[in-house]
Design a protein around this ligand. Structure first.
Ligand code: CA
Length: 712
């Protein structure tokens, strides 16, 4: 059986070698006739992706999004001979979350600020680059860094979402703009970070922004023209107006209050999968806006389709079925996480399943034809619910979980960053295991009794300062000890963990499994690592000089297998994580593509010496204790999403404890007047008063003096 597979693969590679040679020719000789359209990806090619394993044609390689490659030149026996073939610097300092697409010897990958690069997949040489020119001041509308998870390739076009809500299609040969469409209202804080998928010539794209109070939807556009074909809203709008989608005549019954005035949420910012046989498109739907159900839906109702997997007809966007993972969501427990389709034998029956490990901590196996609940178990520590009732498919909540009803702040797992976030999983049909980049993070949820809707700011209704690491070093250390990151090798049939690889910190990279029995993952320590897919034994690693959060891919050109990962520390945890984020060796900005092959010997240039910082000198304390406590509260409500917990930066965003004398001097013109909006620091005059700004200043002076005194 294995021999047969290998023979087939080598025959296919032979064909690909010829094709790649032709492509390379047209690119390198300007006068040569155009023999092959680059990125000539079609429905047939994606459906038959296993017949050309040298390419990575769609975000999850195939529509089933398994992120498993049939390539087997690199194996558990020789992976220790892997070396760096090339690297390409993506520029900027933002996080890198992209999955590269590789078609016929060309790699298409995105960097920070939605920039797109076409690279020679053998040499790393740049063929073209495209910058959509996002205004840096748009950063304030982003929950989770200026990141992008990758492009789609379709019939000679490279299609990408842009942070400011545009969808652009580029000529795959030149990088020139073919068409562009604004997919979101420009007066609302929507953003796009997810990768489009193309199904039958329709580009499917969602958006993000539930934290900031928007209403989620997905849209299908014609891949050739950019014309809008259909739009599906994930939550109902104002019931006094006609529903855009018929199903909302039903979903509206699960809502109360005036949710349309505060957004509602349900943004579909990442996961999409497709089953061509069942003619279904699966959309992962995000959390509510505001998070706290009291402020969203008068404290009652399931609020469909928040935190749900929704199945639609890809041709029309018509609703078919849904499964809600977290009814009445109040904790940012999105179901936008990676979804994998597979056929599994369960109770002596082959079941067509869809699998997901959403933020809420349960691993779900559903029938993907009907949405029927099959099973769910905890893949990480989850204290908000005891179990999922198998009869109803609904969670059984613990009494303390509803902080918004009890009024009592509660220490809970998972954190809003999730038991698992967007980092892609992988399913290997060889081992039958789903590899989950899992984490355990405590959080304190508390009801914000003073919450008011802010159309320009974060809308959670949750008291963030309770979740901030406490000032007492011992409690803080104990809190830090509870944080874990690991690979869980999960048996989806028996709903048990087969083995676990423990990491030193949370926020580790996506996963890739291969027919060579290799599992690849980058991590927060800045390593790129190969494990045995069946046992988890660590086989090889190299230092990437930056934390890796994205999912790796593998491809082959001219009979040679490559493994690629887009590396670069960033994303929501890097921004908000404070000291916890900064303690990882990989908490260094170095956005780049790293490509490995057997026996390659290239080495990365040495890392630049860290700039010599002048010693942090104490400043004259400002304000009394009450003012500093208020400053902390305001800091956590307005600043910490970018500048980090307790004003400790775990990313390349400036650490406010270390501000220069000039910056302290200009604090009010910067914070209220927007003096540095071109660097992404917009003015907060509509949100903060002069008094508020003074309190934040007093808190930051205290934090600087803590640092100067060696407290942390
Ligand atoms: Ca969210």
């Amino acid at each position: 059986m294995i021999t047969h597979v290998k023979t087939t693969r080598f025959l296919k590679i032979g064909v690909l070698m010829v094709m790649s040679a032709l492509v390379a020719c047209t690119q390198k000789t300007a006068e040569a006739p155009k023999l092959e359209t680059p990125a000539a990806v079609t429905k047939e090619r994606i459906l038959n992706a296993d017949g050309e394993p040298g390419n990575w044609l769609s975000h999850g390689r195939t529509y089933s999004e398994q992120r498993y490659s049939p390539l087997s030149q690199i194996t558990d026996q020789n992976v220790d001979q892997l070396g760096l073939a090339w690297h390409f610097d993506l520029g900027d300092t933002r996080g890198i979350e992209a999955t590269p697409i590789v078609v016929d010897g060309v790699m298409y990958v995105t960097g920070g600020w939605s920039k797109v690069f076409a690279l020679d997949a053998v040499t790393g040489e740049q063929i073209w680059a495209y910058d959509p020119g996002v205004d840096k001041a748009y950063f304030i509308n982003l929950c989770c860094d200026a990141v992008n998870r990758g492009v789609a390739a379709w019939e000679g076009k490279i299609i990408t979402g842009v942070l400011d809500g545009r969808l652009v299609a580029l000529d795959a040969a030149t990088g020139e703009l073919a068409w562009e469409v604004q997919t979101t209202p420009t007066d609302k804080p929507y953003s796009i970070t997810g990768a489009p998928r193309v199904v039958d010539g329709k580009v499917i794209i969602g958006n993000g922004g539930s934290e900031l109070g928007v209403r989620g939807y997905v849209t299908a556009y014609d891949a050739n023209s950019g014309d809008q074909l259909w739009r599906f809203y994930t939550v109902p709008g104002n019931p006094n107006e006609p529903f855009e989608n018929a199903i909302h005549a039903e979903t509206v019954k699960t809502w109360s209050g005036e949710w349309w005035n505060v957004g509602g949420g349900g943004t579909a910012w990442d996961a999409i999968a497709h089953d061509p046989e069942l003619d279904l498109l699966y959309i992962g739907v995000g959390n509510g806006a505001p998070w706290n159900r009291v402020y969203r839906s008068a404290g009652s109702g399931d609020n469909l389709f928040l935190s749900s997997i929704v199945a639609l007809r890809p041709d029309t966007g018509e609703y078919v079925w849904h499964y809600q993972t977290t009814p009445g969501e109040s904790w940012d427990y999105t179901a936008t996480q990676h979804m994998i389709l597979a056929d599994l034998e369960i109770d002596n029956r082959i079941r067509k399943v869809i699998m997901q490990a959403p933020k809420n901590g349960f691993f779900y196996v559903l029938d993907r034809a009907t949405g029927e609940f099959i099973s769910a178990e905890k893949y990480t520590l989850a204290t908000w619910a005891t179990h999922i009732d198998p009869e109803s498919g609904r969670p059984v909540e613990t009494p303390e979980a509803r902080y918004e009803e009890t009024g009592v702040p509660t220490l809970q797992f998972p954190h809003p960053l999730g038991g698992h976030n967007w980092h892609p999983m992988s399913f290997s049909p060889d081992t039958g295991l789903v590899y989950i980049p899992a984490q355990e993070i405590p959080v304190v949820y508390g009801h914000d009794s003073g919450y008011e809707y802010d159309p320009a700011g974060w809308n959670t209704g949750v008291r963030f300062e309770l979740a901030s690491a406490p000032d007492d070093p011992e409690t803080r250390a104990a809190f830090g000890e509870m944080v874990k990151g690991y690979i869980s090798a999960w048996d989806p049939v028996n709903q048990t963990e087969k083995w676990r690889v423990q990491h030193s910190n949370m926020w580790n990279g996506g996963l890739l499994s291969t027919a060579g029995n290799v599992l690849f993952q980058g991590n927060a320590e800045g390593e790129f690592v190969a494990y045995a897919a069946d046992t988890g034994e660590r086989l090889w690693s190299q230092f990437a000089q930056t934390g890796v959060v994205a999912g790796p891919v593998t491809y082959s050109v001219d009979g040679e297998q490559y493994v690629a990962v887009a590396a670069g520390w960033g994303g929501s945890f890097a921004l908000v994580g404070g000291e916890l984020a900064s303690r990882s060796k990989g908490a260094v900005s170095n956005p780049r593509v790293l490509v490995y092959k057997l026996n390659a010997k290239n080495i990365l240039p040495p890392m630049p010496e860290p700039a010599q910082m002048a010693a942090i000198t104490p400043m004259e304390a400002v304000g009394d204790e009450a003012m500093i406590i208020e400053g902390h509260r305001l800091y956590m409500a307005n600043c910490h999403m970018c500048h980090g917990d307790r004003a400790v930066s775990g990313s390349s965003i400036p650490d406010l404890r270390k501000m220069s004398a000039d910056t302290w001097e200009l604090f009010k013109p910067i914070v209220l007047g927007g003096l540095r909006h071109e660097q992404g620091m917009v003015g907060f005059a509509e949100t903060l008063s002069v008094e508020d700004t003074d309190a934040i200043y007093a808190y930051l002076v205290k934090r600087r003096n803590d640092l100067a005194a060696g407290l942390d």
